[in-house]
Ligand binder design. Structure first.
Ligand SMILES: Nc1ncnc2c1ncn2[C@@H]1O[C@H](COP(=O)(O)OP(=O)(O)OP(=O)(O)O)[C@@H](O)[C@H]1O
Ligand SMILES: [Mg+2]
Length: 359
């Protein structure tokens, strides 16, 4: 291994310094610390950005638990901040602004709904459109466990494909469509043209968002995990899927790490620590070009702004147990003292041996 400078720094500083970032996704397996990490990331970003919005897209919302404040589907200022907002949306039930709710476009909405996932994708797109008009400097997503997140990231592509399909159907059956709308007594201004206009409008947002999600200057994905086999496996799957969707990822946060100093007595924790070390080594081997941030397992939960703030220190400076803490000079000094002690002990032993022989 080369010098430490060749390795990416083990913090999230790179994210805080990348001014161009607009969308930051935080994802990983259930219960590993996604909400905790995305909340802390948004708190840290609020120090360096004019405005930050954190959105939970997990139907089982827990931003409210982390911040100990109730949030809704409209951005709400987080207590104690002047530029950090939070909102909780549920991509699976939000239909109001989707295509399906418009009573004038029964035929078109039938078509739209026949495309798998389009409804969910549409409400996600509506949400993104809304958020984009709000002009936040950066938007952090606290996502639901892996499978759901990957589907979410596919939405723009699903929509692009779906809309292309609808356009081609429109071209094929255009005449029939206008006849249908007339039969159902829909005025022209609410009919086919209006619907297609709306779709076209949506298409622009979708294409724009799709382009932004695939732009590493604007979007990145932070993988949160714990040092265990299943989590390592899921992280690898996640990284591969993200690469397939052309979504940038170069930060991994390994949470709940047990360090030496905390396990002097417990055999159980010692065993777990050895197990964790095995997977930590594998993470470092597999992702040597990633910024890997390690976070210690705390004796208590990370709940409320104060706890989040206190824990945020570990995101900025790599956590080191006190055993190995110290500069190279200090370590050299300790080694030379130990050598000196060893020499003295050997000399003493030598003297004792000689004395014994005389006796
Ligand atoms: N390093 C840690 N030490 C101790 N407790 C932690 C640590 N990280 C997170 N927690 C606690 O673990 C619980 C789960 O964390 P969190 O809600 O962030 O996970 P999640 O990945 O968002 O879960 P879900 O998949 O259910 O959304 C929370 O109660 C949180 O306070
Ligand atoms: Mg969560």
């Amino acid at each position: 291994m080369g010098s430490n400078e060749e390795l990416p720094e083990g913090t999230v500083q790179n994210i805080l310094e990348q001014d161009s970032l607009k969308w930051i996704f935080v994802g990983g397996k259930g219960g590993v610390g996604k909400t905790t990490c995305s909340s802390i990331l948004s708190i840290l970003l609020a120090r360096v950005r004019p405005s930050v919005l954190i959105i939970s897209t997990d139907p089982a919302h827990n931003l409210s638990d982390a911040f100990q404040q109730r949030f809704t589907k409209t951005p709400t200022l987080v207590n104690g901040f002047s530029n950090l907002y939070a909102m909780e949306v549920d991509p699976t039930v939000e239909h109001e602004d989707g295509l399906g709710s418009d009573s004038t476009d029964g035929f078109v909405s039938e078509l739209a709904n026949s495309i798998p996932g389009i409804d969910e994708a549409m409400s996600f797109a509506e949400m993104l459109k809304l958020v984009q008009t709000m002009d936040y400097s950066v938007i952090v997503f606290d996502t639901a466990p892996t499978g759901h997140t990957l589907r979410l990231l596919q939405f723009p592509s699903t929509l692009e494909k779906g809309l292309a399909k609808m356009m081609s159907l429109k071209n094929k059956f255009g005449g029939l469509l206008s006849q249908m709308t007339r039969v159902f007594g829909v005025d022209d201004e609410f009919g086919e043209d209006a619907i297609l206009g709306r779709l076209e409008g949506m298409k622009d947002v979708i294409q724009q968002v799709n382009k932004q999600f695939k732009d590493p200057d604007m979007t990145t994905f932070v993988c949160v995990c714990i040092p265990e086999f299943l989590s390592l496996y899921e992280t690898e799957r996640l990284v591969q899927e993200l690469t397939k969707f052309e979504i940038d990822t170069h930060n991994i946060i390994i949470n709940q790490v047990i360090y030496d100093e905390e396990v002097i007595e417990s055999k159980l924790l010692k065993a777990r620590m050895r197990m964790q070390q095995k997977y930590l080594d594998q993470f470092y081997m597999l992702y040597d070009d990633f910024h890997i941030t390690k976070l210690p397992l705390l004796p208590q939960e990370v709940c409320g702004i104060e706890a989040l703030r206190a824990f945020s220190g570990h995101f900025l400076s790599p956590y080191q147990p006190s055993i190995t803490r110290g500069t190279v000079e200090e370590l050299e000094q300790r080694v030379s003292t130990l050598r000196e002690q060893l020499r003295n002990a050997e000399a003493e032993l030598d003297r004792l041996r000689k004395g014994k022989q005389k006796i």
